[in-house]
Design a protein around this ligand. Structure first.
Ligand code: ADP
Ligand code: MG
Length: 700
């Protein structure tokens, strides 16, 4: 049976090949369904006609009624444009067109009344409308007929093809006239009733052509619900499917190595949160199903030792494990830490990065194949094809967001049955985002810091207070502490940033001269050996100040460092600032994070800095980040490709996300394959979504 909604958009009256092409290129609209799901982003009260003197620049649309005169062509050749004067009885504004000039020229009759609809901009101290939409004014009745009109976002190209917001609205009206009766319900009654949702057809009609303001809200809620709920059904059924289909390595033993480590080598008492998470992981690994778990925990919450102890479980059961980190510095540090922790135990570990020498690589390869090597730590180098294990059973990925899904998949393939996977995040992700972007993973949370940590004090300073900051650094160094000073390094202006960093380095060398002080510098352009040398000197306390870019951002652990100065702090994102701050406060001393703000700080930048001063809680910061920047900018979300929501909003629809997640879980718990008659509609829609996704995967 051909689904009418899958009809190519060219079959809609009024859409010829040219319009179809623009619709696809600009908005990705190919079918009836695509157009039906292209929603207005706001609504205007069309019955309201404004006067010229009421126009303001608060970036909203205005509808005016009046006459158009003084049409003039200005400029030469390709730079030509047309201006006209629009007037009503309170004043006049300028109208401007850059395109479609020939048509505009003969479009207007002097003395006739028009409805002009557009967004004002200010040019040379007066208002103008660029490319306004103009309609003949045909009398009051028509205006009164429909009060609320959807505003669709459009582009220059669309407008030139007659598909400004009104053009799109017209097409949608025509489409709805044709297909409204075919719109089927996709949610069973028990859900509609429980969540007080309006039916799908009413929702779709009213999202485009609302009968009243109240129904816009109901329609929006219904359509958001659909989008989020079916996403959750897909994620959770996907998870169930994997669990069923993939045989997981069974780690039945709580072995000797783990016991020995816990009793004799672990240098501290685990926090309750760490214990709980290790238990969750152990249960997974002993279930016979493959583990896919996300470990969330704030900076410094002690994720590494949890990962290590989980790796010991794998090793105790005769399997190998590997730990992949995003940078060489971090991988090296993990390697050194773990080596220290395991010192005295009979476990072989090795480090593999891009700069591992050929001879050493060979030894690693041999030992991996023979099974003599138990734990391999490294960077991307781990996923290269040449790296083959005898029996890889457990994979840990640190700072998950730096790796794509594809890289994760390559680690899966390193054994016939895929290994258990534990991914760890650098900083917490808001709960609702984790539910959607990582919704197919199980989640463990470490929500407790090791005891005895003094919260880092965060202070905000402007340039005028620099000398005070320098004095403060001097005091700290006098007391035996070490200091990080971090400069921004952002792609577009890399050269300038590097210059700033080097200028800062020189300035600090003057302020903190030899032989009393030693200052290190670290940035991405340096050779690996040089980086390691500088890092090592700082770790060993041979230098007191580390001037660097964000290469030190993730994971670096120097407990004696008690001050983190962040230059141009307003240029960093919140999670990055939080990561950087997490580099201090790891020892027993009171630590400080000093945010140096530049001259010009945007509103949003100021909010970020204020958030940092206000709280140390990574989960709260993640939440603020999501509110400030929207989900598209949160690390890790963009690659996930899960943000192409048509109407739902990950930053704002928290409640619905949680509700739909719970509902989907509850339904699938009782009816994992959606076979019960009450869930017939859900099953059908899910099948359809899967087919579409499948097609998509083949195309892209
Ligand atoms: P993150 O979660 O940011 O990766 P790490 O694993 O690097 O944190 O741990 C931060 C520091 O805390 C390390 O120096 C680690 O040895 C220490 N640590 C971890 N767990 C505990 C604990 N239960 N008690 C005391 N110190 C701990
Ligand atoms: Mg870490």
């Amino acid at each position: 049976m051909q689904d009418i909604f899958e009809t190519p958009i060219t079959y809609l009256k009024g859409v010829g090949p040219k319009k179809a092409e623009v619709l696809e290129k600009e908005l990705g609209i190919k079918t009836f369904n695509d157009l039906l799901y292209y929603f207005p982003f706001r609504y205007i009260d069309k019955s309201k006609i404004y006067k010229v003197k009421e126009i303001t620049t608060d970036s909203t649309y205005f509808q005016l009624k009046g006459k158009i005169s003084n049409l003039k062509t200005v400029g030469e050749k390709r730079m030509r444009y047309i201006t006209a004067v629009f007037s009503d009885d309170t004043g006049s504004i300028e109208l401007v067109w850059f395109k479609g000039l020939r048509w505009i020229k003969n479009r207007f009759e002097p003395g006739k009344e028009y409805l002009v609809f557009g967004k004002p901009s200010v040019f040379k101290n007066h208002f103008n409308f660029v490319h306004p939409e103009v309609e003949d004014y045909t009398g009051e009745e028509e205006v009164v007929g429909q009060r609320l009109e959807g505003v669709y976002s459009s582009t220059e190209r669309l407008k030139n093809s007659g598909l400004g917001t009104r053009g799109i609205s017209k097409l949608t009206r025509r489409l709805l006239n044709q297909v409204a009766d075919s719109i089927r319900e996709i949610l069973p009654d028990y859900i509609l009733n429980a969540y007080k949702l309006i039916d799908r057809k009413t929702a779709l009609l009213n999202i485009h052509f609302p009968e009243n303001p109240k129904i816009i809200e109901q329609a929006t809620r219904r359509l958001k619900f659909d989008e989020l709920f079916f996403l959750q059904l897909q994620l959770i059924t996907g998870k169930i499917y994997l669990k069923e289909k993939i045989k997981g390595h069974l780690f039945s033993k709580v072995g000797e190595n783990l016991n020995t480590f816990y009793k004799k080598y672990l240098p501290f008492e685990l926090t309750n949160a760490q214990k709980r998470v290790i238990k969750e992981i152990r249960t997974d690994m002993g279930s016979g199903k493959q583990m896919n778990r996300l470990l969330q925990g704030d900076v410094g919450s002690g994720k590494t030792v949890v990962a290590l102890m989980s790796a010991l479980i794998a090793i105790d059961n005769g399997f190998q494990a590997c730990l992949m980190a995003p940078t060489e510095i971090l991988a090296t540090q993990h390697f050194n830490n773990i080596r220290q922790l395991l010192d005295g135990m009979n476990i072989n570990i090795a480090l593999l990065t891009g700069s591992t020498k050929q001879a050493e690589r060979k030894i690693i390869s041999e030992n991996l194949l023979s099974g003599d090597l138990h734990l391999l730590v490294g960077t991307h180098a781990l996923i290269e094809e040449t790296v083959t294990f005898k029996n890889l059973g457990f994979v840990i990925i640190d700072e998950q967001h730096r790796f794509g899904v594809e890289q994760r998949a390559r680690l899966w393939k390193k054994n016939i049955n895929p290994p258990h996977v534990l991914v760890m995040t650098a900083t917490p992700i808001p709960r609702t985002l984790a539910m959607t972007v990582y919704g197919n993973l199980d989640v463990s949370i470490i929500d407790e810091l090791p005891p005895g940590r003094k919260p880092v004090k965060t202070l905000l300073f402007f340039e005028s207070k620099r000398l005070r900051v320098i004095g403060f650094i001097r005091d700290q160094i006098k007391n035996g502490r070490q200091v990080y000073i971090v400069y921004p390094l952002i792609q577009e202006s890399e050269k300038m940033d590097l210059k700033n960093l080097m200028d800062g380095f020189e300035y600090l060398q003057r302020e903190f001269p030899l032989p009393e002080y030693r200052v290190s510098v670290l940035h991405g352009r340096m050779k690996t050996e040089d980086k390691e040398y500088e890092m090592k000197r700082f770790v060993e306390g041979k230098t007191q100040i580390m001037v660097s870019t964000t290469v030190i951002e993730v994971g670096v652990d120097v407990p004696n460092a008690s001050v983190m100065v962040i230059e141009n702090a307003e240029r960093f994102g919140l999670s990055q600032l939080h990561q950087l701050r997490g580099r201090v406060g790891r020892g027993a001393e009171q630590s400080y994070c000093i945010l140096m703000a530049g001259e010009k700080v945007s509103n949003e930048g100021r909010k970020r800095l204020e958030t940092m001063v206000r709280t140390n809680d990574g989960f709260e910061i993640a939440e603020a980040d999501l509110q400030l920047r929207g989900p598209g900018d949160i690390e890790g979300t963009r690659q996930s490709g899960m943000l192409d929501f048509k109407i739902a909003n990950l930053a704002r629809d928290n409640e619905l996300i949680v509700q739909t997640r719970r509902l989907a879980e509850k339904i699938l718990e009782k009816d994992p394959k959606l076979e019960l008659p009450v869930n017939r509609l859900l099953n059908a829609e899910l099948q359809k979504l899967r087919r579409e996704k499948h097609q998509w995967a083949r195309i892209s």
